[in-house]
Every structure is written in structure tokens, then in C-alpha cells.
Design a protein around this ligand. Structure first.
Ligand SMILES: *Cc1c(COP(=O)(O)O)cnc(C)c1O
Length: 240
């Protein structure tokens, strides 16, 4: 079977047809609770770990924003997607030496977790005479296993990133801890939103996008102001 055929078939079509309406409803209800319309929240479908059939099925369902968390897999998926109208999102940690590759392929890099990575991405943007759209990752939970700028000092970091001429800082991204504790989750999302509100005054920060929420917490994230949810499992099923 050739690659294109893999992209256009697969078992994900029925999974998405069944699951997407429920996800849309949940987003709409949560957006309403935050005084917004469902159209204020974009779904990034996380295809990482799934075979290429997930790409074709997502596009067929109208989900054109797809997320990957490793540069190698992003490159492979971009190749497999061919000329499908996909906007690719880099959502995972990017090693500095791979920054140029991520910058060229991703419509948005969500995971700018250090000034040094930001500098590399910016250099790549300047070399291509463009500004790379990025989000600054905030570690709002304080967990040692999570990347990003600590919330307490994030404003300084965001200011430095925003000065780089090869980047456009569209907003912030965060990852919540793996917990069912609603208060903890809300706290992390609200803290990130507060950082963004404070950062919106920094020159060069466009401050529009808040990438928060994954399969097990996106309802709360949207209630707390998320504009982009990154959904894998709840849309496509468990990764093999
Ligand atoms: C894998 C991943 C997701 C999606 O996770 P699910 O729980 O499957 O929805 C979201 N964001 C990041 C950064 C990821 O690595």
C-alpha cells in the first residue's frame, strides 16, 4: 500500500464521527460558561503516535490543525500528508539543534520552553526572512517534570522572547498535571491566563492565544479561557 492510500483510509473515520460531536458540545458549553462562543476555541488534533490514517480522517472531519510532539515524527507526518490542507502544530519539547526543522514545518510552535530555544527559532526565522509564530510555555504547576518558564518569573522570560526579531509571540501554552483534582487544574489554567493578561502589556506580545487543555482536562481549560485545546486520546482513541 502506498503512503497516500494510508493517509486517505484507516479506521479513524468512524471513531471521529462518533466522538467529535460530543467534544464540540463540551467545548461549546465550557465556552459559554466563560462568556465566549465555541468558535473562540480551536481544536488541535494530536496525531502523535497514531498511524497516518489519523491524518486523512481528521482532515475529512474538518480538523485541519494537527499536533505532533517530536520533530522526526512531524517531518514524517508532513511528508505523508502531502498536499492535504493541514496546519501543523509543534506541541512538544524541541531540542535546540532541531529548532530550524520545527520552525520550517510548523504553523505554530507551542512549546518555547527556554530563551535559548527561542533564540534558535528566531535565528531560523530571520534566515528565512519570516517571523515564526510561537507560544511561550509556562510551567504553572511547578512540577519538576514539566518544561517551561516558571510562572513566577515568566514575565521576564516572555519579555526577552518577545524582543527576538524572528518570532511572533501569539500567546502562552501550559500543561496541567495529570490529576482529576478540579481545583488544582483550574488553578493551573487560571494562573496561566493571569500571566497572559499581565504579558499582554509587553511590547511584541500579541497575547491572543492560550493553548491549554488535553483530553482529560479540556472542559476546565476552556472555562478558564483556553483558545486552543490539544486533543489526542478523546478524539482518536488510545495511542498504540
Ligand atoms: C500528547 C499531548 C497532548 C494530547 O494528549 P491526550 O491526553 O491524548 O489528549 C496534548 N499536549 C501535548 C503537549 C502532548 O504531548
Amino acid at each position: 500500500m502506498d503512503d497516500r492510500k494510508l493517509v486517505s483510509t484507516g479506521c479513524f473515520g468512524s471513531t471521529l464521527r462518533e466522538r467529535l460531536p460530543r467534544v464540540r458540545e463540551r467545548i461549546a458549553a465550557a465556552a459559554e460558561l466563560s462568556g465566549r462562543d465555541a468558535s473562540a476555541v480551536r481544536v488541535v488534533t494530536v496525531t502523535k503516535g497514531h498511524p497516518p490514517g489519523a491524518i486523512g480522517a481528521a482532515v475529512a472531519a474538518g480538523l485541519l490543525d494537527l499536533g505532533e510532539n517530536r520533530v522526526e515524527e512531524l517531518e514524517e507526518k508532513v511528508r505523508l500528508a502531502g498536499d492535504l490542507p493541514v496546519r501543523w502544530h509543534m506541541i512538544g519539547h524541541v531540542q535546540r539543534r532541531k529548532a530550524g526543522r520545527a520552525a520550517r514545518l510548523a504553523a505554530l510552535v507551542h512549546s518555547v520552553d527556554s530563551l535559548r530555544l527561542a533564540e534558535r527559532l528566531s535565528r531560523s526565522g530571520e534566515a528565512d526572512a519570516r517571523r515564526i509564530p510561537v507560544l511561550v510555555q509556562v510551567n504553572a504547576s511547578g512540577e519538576a517534570t514539566k518544561g517551561g518558564f516558571p510562572a513566577a518569573s515568566a514575565l521576564d522570560g516572555i519579555g526577552e522572547v518577545a524582543e527576538l526579531r524572528g518570532l511572533r509571540v501569539l500567546g502562552l501554552m501550559t500543561m496541567a498535571p495529570l490529576t482529576g483534582d478540579e481545583a488544582v487544574l483550574r488553578g493551573v489554567f487560571a494562573k496561566t491566563r493571569a500571566v497572559m493578561e499581565a504579558a499582554a502589556g509587553i511590547s511584541g506580545v500579541e497575547g491572543r492565544e492560550l493553548s491549554m487543555g488535553m483530553s482529560n482536562d479540556y472542559g476546565l481549560a476552556v472555562e478558564e479561557g483556553s483558545t486552543m485545546v490539544r486533543l489526542g486520546t478523546t478524539l482518536l482513541g488510545a495511542r498504540p
